[in-house]
Design a protein around this ligand. Sequence first.
Ligand SMILES: [Zn+2]
Length: 480
Amino acid sequence: MTQYEPVIGLEIHAELMTNSKMFCSCKVVDSVTAPPNTAVCPVCLGMPGMLPVINRKAVEYALRVALALNCQIQAHNIFARKNYFYPDLPKAYQISQYELPLGVNGWLDVELEDGTSKRIGIRRVHMEEDTGKLTHLEGGGSLVDYNRSGVPLLEIVSEPDIRSGEEARAYAMKIRQILRYLGVNAGDLEKGVFRVEPNISIRPMGSTEFGTRTELKNLNSFKSLADGTAFELARQAEVLDGGGQVVQETRGWHDTKRITFSQRVKEEAEDYRYFPEPDLPPLHISDAWVAQVRASLPELPDAKVARYQTDYGLSEYDARVLTEEQAVANWFEAVPPTAPPKTIANWIINDLFRLMNEHKQAIDDIQVTPVMLGELLELVQKQTINNSTAVDVLNEMFVSGQMAKTIVEAKGLAQISDESALAGLIEQVLDENPDSVAQYLAGKDKLRGWFVGQVMKASRGKANPGLVNKVLVQALEKRR
Ligand SMILES: [Zn+2]
């Protein structure tokens, strides 16, 4: 059997979260919940004689993405007509960019599962408009909803630098993360506002020529992207090993059968008869505008991760977890420094995430605020409560929204840090366990931990463990 090298490029389509559509003033509405064909006008319905006007906000959003993906920005932009016939396309052409896209020659560093990082080239970032949406009825016939027709759409095309389904997933997830940081796309695959289509081919290891590629569609999750790509790579290898040839085509991913199937033979670019859009002037993007948009970009995930490591001394792993979502990163940064950053990070990653998971709440929905966590950790730092009590208090805060101090006072949870109070408890435990005391005094040192446990239990978890240890040793020695 021949060894093959996978060659994968990704096309990502992302709707831009502008208020209005790309070339008309219709509102951008939720394509799942809005009543069909209620956000439409003669322009986005493709009525003859209607003229499109470019949405400046959409261009700015596209510019943000192109800059964040390290692209060169082309000052001279041309819109083109991509001609094809399909009922979801009322004009019978889509306004897109072809020869002169907004951004070219970008790149993105992607972290892989083995802990390494890989740079994926970005060939182009261009602007276009979305199509309408077809619903095929079971008994035959189809319904069309043009609410989505003309919604600003960004296409991000990678170089064929991707070598596995897992790399494809890591790359797509990172793009989605950046778009969310930039506030231009919600990243919802199931609603179709973020769509990923890999171009997949294989070639004999060592060869520099490209094999025939297939394009994969209907991927509605990152898992489907990874699995569908892996399936398609294996299928192509089987075809070639059997002496056959890969057919250039579009294939669909069947989410329940977990296989790909032929949808249609792939069009070549020339089939679309691209030509410059005569109804739109060339779009000039000034250096000043580029500089202004560049200056307005938020701190992006990689920069945040680097800063968390240098400024807060966090591990790369912790920094990645905290910055995966911008809202979580903002939350973390808003916690008052009542405890070391590493401690704050641990409390968020372990305890807060556990609670959010259990209650199915996002960080924006929870009652606990960064200030409230800071106050809780201050009580731990001051040894008013110990760590395990603090976990219980946080659980309570999460449900009731009360401040840590209020809960500690109401429930009498303050730690017993008073030596004389502890000494009483310890004497009581020692009196109740004369055999263990004897064994300890005979040299069985390991029993000390057991005694600490008994005292903690007797205090219902409120004893200060460090102090217990100190007073316990003294009490045991007195009995020698
Ligand atoms: Zn419209």
